[in-house]
Design a protein around this ligand. Structure first.
Ligand SMILES: Cc1cc2nc3c(=O)[nH]c(=O)nc-3n(C[C@H](O)[C@H](O)[C@H](O)COP(=O)(O)O)c2cc1C
Length: 206
């Protein structure tokens, strides 16, 4: 299943060498988690993908990121614990909301929890370290798609809850910045409107 490029019409120049060079960037798209099925990258393949995905701009070489995987039955248990935590935090949470907690991690065969390692640093602002960690999420999606897989980056309340963070073994300076759901797309995913860079670009003149 090869996605078609999603570049704005006026920039598409078929046959141009630059288009070929940018093809992986131009075809990246998310695959909804419910459309992801087996197989997912196995452990060795995931390590290979992460070798590419961690090659990000990183001021001061802080490596402010790490990754935690959820596979197999751990996904079900994680969903159950999230649901329990949700009920504990909000006794009025509806059954349909709780059902989403239980269901969300059961579709994609692999979920990579993207963790940013922040906290005080004598030199590099936290924002810069957060951006480096964020780059790895984008790059992991790119790498997975280049390897024939599909994925999507989700957050939701669980990404911002300290109870969930400790359930995942995170320390106080560590933050979940994404749940990257990975697997094989079960169907073609329609493209969507993409930004027109001409409307975003301006030249500063003194
Ligand atoms: C940090 C971050 C968190 C996101 N969280 C969610 C989410 O919780 N739910 C959701 O539907 N999309 C979320 N998205 C958006 C999707 O990952 C995806 O980018 C969007 O559906 C558009 O698809 P595209 O990647 O093909 O452009 C998030 C994106 C980012 C960068």
């Amino acid at each position: 299943m090869t996605p078609k490029p999603d570049v704005p019409q006026q920039l598409a120049a078929p046959g141009h060498a630059l288009d070929a060079a940018l093809a992986h960037l131009d075809t990246r798209r998310s695959v909804p988690f419910m459309r992801l099925q087996e197989p997912a990258p196995d452990s060795a393949t995931l390590l290979r993908l992460l070798a590419s995905a961690t090659r990000v701009p990183d001021h001061g070489i802080r490596e402010p990121f790490r990754f935690v995987t959820l596979r197999g039955d751990a996904r079900r248990v994680f969903g159950e614990r999230l649901a329990a935590r949700h009920r504990e935090a909000d006794a009025d949470a509806s059954e349909s909301v709780i059902a989403k907690d239980l269901d969300r991690y059961l579709h994609a065969p692999l979920i990579v929890v993207l963790v940013a390692q922040l906290g005080p640093d004598p030199k590099i602002p936290e924002q810069e370290r957060l951006l480096s960690a964020g780059c790895t999420g984008f790059a992991l999606l790119q790498a997975a798609q280049a390897a024939g897989f599909g994925g999507c980056w989700l957050t939701g309340w669980a990404a911002y809850d300290r109870g969930v963070a400790s359930m995942l073994g995170l320390e106080a300076h560590e933050h979940v910045i994404g749940f990257i759901h990975l697997g094989t797309p079960s169907q073609d995913i329609p493209g969507r409107r993409r930004p027109d860079p001409a409307t975003l670009l301006s030249e500063w003149t003194p």
